[in-house]
Write a protein that binds this ligand. Structure first.
Ligand code: AHR
Length: 509
């Protein structure tokens, strides 16, 4: 579908702000699934392994990616997981059947290994408790094992496992996707809401400082979406800090304009956020609460689910290759548009985790015993994690629209900007969904005079279906942008077709 003519425009004005950029927006996710843990972050015997068995190449890429928070150990996996299997002497740990992914779980890597890894990676852990097959006691036990200093059975058990000081884990998810019939221990909203409320109470009795995330719908497409959030929050509103959202998107061959529809997927993500905010606020109003609940978008990404046969048909295997999608330039542009959508809602979305970190639909890929490399989607995430600082400015991009079947008319350009008060630096992130030609983006800087461009990066504009691989790890990378011009208070930047652009502006010295 051809786009209409016309320049795109944004106005940057420090008087209009959405809210502070919470660093937890740059989260990721490590699940015991496929090769995310085994031969992903953990591979004793790999030439780059640390003494603990962590892949140091993956640790370095994780730091470069700028991930701040990592959710663990699932995902669907957590709904059948016994955390006790993964602590204590490795030789005594049981091998179990992971029913979620039909995988053989050796438990060689468990809680303390993950928390050590998180320390080495410099990320905050976000732990999920099993509310599928387990309940209040096990959830409280896990908080005691992790956070109680000593002198109780489980804190002393931790100390016998060589961890003297408490891990002090603050962020906790109350189960995972229990609205989904595929989930081991699937529940109705009332069953889950009651259980989550009681687990929350017990966990907070052990450690009142923890922050809790109630499980929202596994997707906006779920038939129970909305009703699930409403009922769950009726039970948990005053006991939790966040409600979760999960969403995955892909290009659909059956669409009349597959690329145009896919490039517009962030419109759905924004609608999802706004609908969950509305639902949570409606419950808050009904309960007469002054509290405003925040959102944890703790699974989001591109995922070509149509290529996955489904967990039920998998043969039992140990650390199999599951959903190792090769991402392209287009996927990176779409990921960029998701990051814009998340930042634009920084007033309510306080946590976001791209799912997952390594190998599983991930920005980082590895080969067992071999190299690691960055997928194209690595780059927009790293840009935003590095440069989005301070406050999100309320920018209202105006641009030509193109028609879509799924979302109606969609803007060819989307953009968001942040302003760091201390340095006066501005970062602007933009996607161009148009496919025909460069489109000039005119940035009105009247309210921020004296800024100059210090960096201009572009990913896309060409080789839309190119991917990276072990053999060609840097085929898709960001390149320096050029062609920006200044006229009075207006900076004009050309946005190539189907592209992601980062513009960093700083006060003139
Ligand atoms: O990230 C892959 C899976 O997607 C997770 O295990 C689950 O929570 C979601 O459905």
């Amino acid at each position: 579908m051809a786009t209409m003519d016309g320049d795109a425009r944004v106005t940057l004005d420090p008087a209009f702000r959405v809210g502070a950029v919470d660093r937890r927006l740059f989260g990721s996710f490590v699940e015991h699934m496929g090769r995310c843990v085994y031969t992903g972050i953990f591979e004793p015997g790999h030439p780059a392994a640390t003494p603990e068995g962590f892949r140091s190449d993956v640790l370095a890429l994780t730091r470069e990616l700028g991930v701040t928070t990592v959710r663990y150990p699932g995902g669907n996996f957590v709904s059948g997981y016994r955390w006790e299997d993964g602590v204590g002497p490795v030789s005594e740990r049981p091998t179990r059947l992971d029913l979620a992914w039909r995988s053989i779980e050796s438990n060689e890597f468990g809680l303390n290994e993950f928390l050590d890894w998180a320390g080495a990676a410099g990320v905050e852990p976000m732990l999920a408790v099993n509310l599928g097959t387990r309940g209040v006691q096990e959830a409280a036990d896990l908080v005691e094992y992790c956070n109680y200093p000593g002198g109780s059975a489980l804190s002393d058990l931790r100390r016998t496992h060589g961890v003297d000081k408490p891990h002090d884990v603050r962020l906790w998810c109350l189960g995972n996707e229990l609205d989904g019939p595929w989930q081991v221990g699937h529940k109705t909203a009332d069953e889950y809401g009651r259980l989550a409320a009681e687990a929350a109470r017990a966990m907070r009795l052990v450690d009142p400082r923890i922050e809790l995330v109630a499980s929202g719908s596994s997707g906006r497409w779920m038939p129970t979406f909305g009703a699930w959030e409403s009922t769950v929050l009726e039970h948990t509103y005053e006991l939790v800090d966040y409600i979760s959202l999960h969403a995955y998107y892909q290009e659909h061959e059956q669409d009349a304009d597959p690329l145009g529809e896919f490039l517009a997927a962030a419109v759905d993500m924004e609608t999802f956020i706004e609908q969950v905010v509305a639902t949570a606020d409606a419950v808050g109003a009904r309960l007469g609460s002054r509290k405003k609940l925040r959102l944890s978008f703790d699974e989001w990404n591109v995922w070509y689910q149509s290529r996955f046969p489904g967990a039920r048909s998998l043969p039992w295997a140990q650390a199999p290759r599951l959903i190792e999608d090769d991402f392209s330039t287009v996927d990176a542009v779409v990921v960029g548009s998701f990051l814009i959508a998340l930042l634009r809602h920084a007033d309510r979305v306080g946590i976001a985790c791209q799912a997952q970190l390594v190998n599983i639909i991930a920005p980082i890929r590895t080969e067992p015993g071999g190299p690691s490399w960055r997928q194209p989607t690595f780059h927009p995430f790293a840009h935003v994690a590095r440069y989005a600082r301070g406050d999100v400015l309320r920018v209202e991009p105006s641009a030509a629209r193109y028609p879509t079947d799924r979302y109606g008319p969609v803007s060819t350009v989307d953009a968001v900007a942040t302003l760091e008060e201390e340095t006066g630096e501005v970062a602007l992130f933009a996607v161009h969904r148009g496919r025909d030609a460069d489109r000039p983006l005119r940035i009105d800087l009247r309210a921020l005079p004296g800024l100059r461009v210090v960096d201009h990066l572009v990913l896309g504009g060409e080789d839309l279906r190119a991917t990276n691989s072990a053999a060609e790890p840097d085929r898709v990378i960001p390149r320096p942008g050029n062609g920006s011009t200044v006229e009075g208070d207006v900076l004009t930047v050309p946005l190539p077709p189907v592209s992601w652009t980062v513009l960093r502006l700083a006060p003139s010295p």
